[in-house]
Write a new protein. Structure first.
Length: 76
């Protein structure tokens, strides 16, 4: 019988409010990703020597309010 080892996956889940300004949404998402990565890395370093978070999950429509019609300056 094959033995399977359980592995831990560290990830960050980000919840943000979006606006009609796509540039602002992207800037906010980048900031939140950076903060999440630093927070997870700092906590992880206390437990083990590995660094970083391999996965960051954003809301499905993090860069626009459900389509181009809600954007103040839509881009393709």
């Amino acid at each position: 019988m094959a033995s399977s080892a359980l592995k831990t996956l560290r990830l960050a889940l980000i919840q943000i409010s979006v606006t009609s300004n796509k540039a602002s949404n992207l800037k906010h998402a980048r900031k939140m990703i950076s903060e999440a990565a630093v927070a997870v890395t700092a906590k992880h370093e206390q437990q083990q020597s590995s660094k970083g978070v391999p996965l960051v999950v954003l809301p499905e429509c993090f860069n626009s309010p459900y389509g181009k019609l809600g954007l103040s300056n839509p881009t393709p």
